[in-house]
Design a protein around this ligand. Structure first.
Ligand SMILES: C[S@@+](CC[C@H](N)C(=O)[O-])C[C@H]1O[C@@H](n2cnc3c(N)ncnc32)[C@H](O)[C@@H]1O
Length: 328
């Protein structure tokens, strides 16, 4: 069936129909939400990457009846989608627009509105939701013909097109290389600079995809991943300031945990995972020095999806789950 333009970019009514949460069983267990684990009287969970509400729904069901959930996302469309999905749990959750730098203030507000609660779990399922890739119309994927936007929060000031057309060739090369380890970053940046000078602004996903394809040497165009994958990833990371966001978000989440509480993170590429790994190691080894808190990593090696999940849900193939617990 062919979708109309308005259907493609609409907010779906039934999120569960096309989004399966990644590593769901593992997330619940890493958050200590198995049935037989004792919980405090008023446990609070925060989903910092609400997306289509898949993990949030499962968390709410698993922590019923006492548990409460605060769901955050920088993309307002996610709040709308998740709100519909979570309808049956009304009264037990609150959803707010927030990026990772605003977690502490949203939690403080939630506590002021709902009274004291024990912070038992904070989840980060990084990256993009399938709504953003498949329906938002914001140019996250080179497989769709869309404007080169890539803002998770449409209120951000700079789009991917602003970077592609506004940065110098050397700044583009550095951006692509640093955010994706792209081997051909120099050739790609040089072709972008040439095409925008000769043909005008690069405003669509298909234009950028064609530029990267031609900049990639012929013998390297048919590898495991499409040649444009890394350049698109690099621009998305830059537009949304993703790595600095993750670092700030994790630090504040860790500082909010009560004893026994856990921060759980699913990452999808090495830049994200490296950041999570180093920060968790740092907190596990030196604790939050000044505060005297103690932290332990639940597992040294990250959990990954089994082959059954990878077959069912391709997105899970690169997922890595790490978890840190506040021990005291
Ligand atoms: C992979 S999706 C989450 C999917 C969700 N766990 C589910 O089961 O439906 C990631 C979500 O996190 C949001 N996100 C990513 N980075 C963010 C940030 N720095 N601040 C707030 N939200 C962010 C995205 O907008 C997206 O909706």
């Amino acid at each position: 069936m062919v979708e109309s333009e308005s259907e493609k970019n609409s907010v779906p009514g039934d999120a569960s129909a096309f989004h399966e949460p990644v590593l769901l069983k593992e997330v619940l267990s890493a958050l200590g939400l198995e049935r037989n684990v004792a919980k405090p009287e008023r446990p609070l969970y925060v989903d910092c990457t609400l997306g289509m509400g898949g993990h949030a729904e499962a968390i709410l069901k698993a922590c019923a009846p006492e548990g409460r959930l605060l769901g955050l996302d920088r993309d307002e469309a996610a709040l709308e989608i998740a709100e519909k999905r979570l309808r049956t749990e009304a009264g037990r959750f609150s959803l707010k627009k927030a990026d990772f730098r605003q977690i502490a203030e949203r939690v403080a507000q939630f506590r002021a509105d709902h009274g004291p609660m024990d912070m038992m779990g904070i989840l980060f399922d990084l990256g993009l939701s399938s709504y953003q890739i498949e329906r938002s119309g914001r140019g996250f994927s080179f497989q769709r013909s869309e404007p080169l936007d890539m803002r998770m929060d449409p209120d951000l000031s700079l789009s991917a097109a602003d970077l592609v057309n506004g940065l110098s060739e050397s700044a583009l090369k550095a951006l692509i290389h640093q955010n994706s380890d792209e081997r051909w970053a120099g050739r790609i940046a040089s072709r972008i600079a040439r095409i925008r000078k000769e043909e005008g602004a690069i405003l669509r996903t298909e234009q950028l995809e064609a530029i990267v394809w031609r900049a990639t040497p012929k013998q390297h165009r048919h590898g495991r991943i499409h040649p444009a994958t890394r350049t698109f990833q690099a621009l998305r990371i830059a537009v949304n300031d993703e790595i600095a966001q993750i670092e700030a978000g994790l630090r504040s989440a860790i500082s909010l945990l009560d004893p026994g509480g856990r921060v759980v993170v699913i990452s999808f590429h090495s830049l994200e995972d490296r950041c999570v790994k180093h920060l968790f190691k740092h907190f596990a080894q030196s604790g939050a020095e000044a505060s005297g808190k103690r932290f332990v990593r639940l597992f040294k090696k990250p959990l990954q999806a089994d082959s059954e999940e990878v077959l069912r849900n391709r997105r899970s193939r690169s997922a890595k789950l790490r978890a840190l617990e506040r021990a005291a």
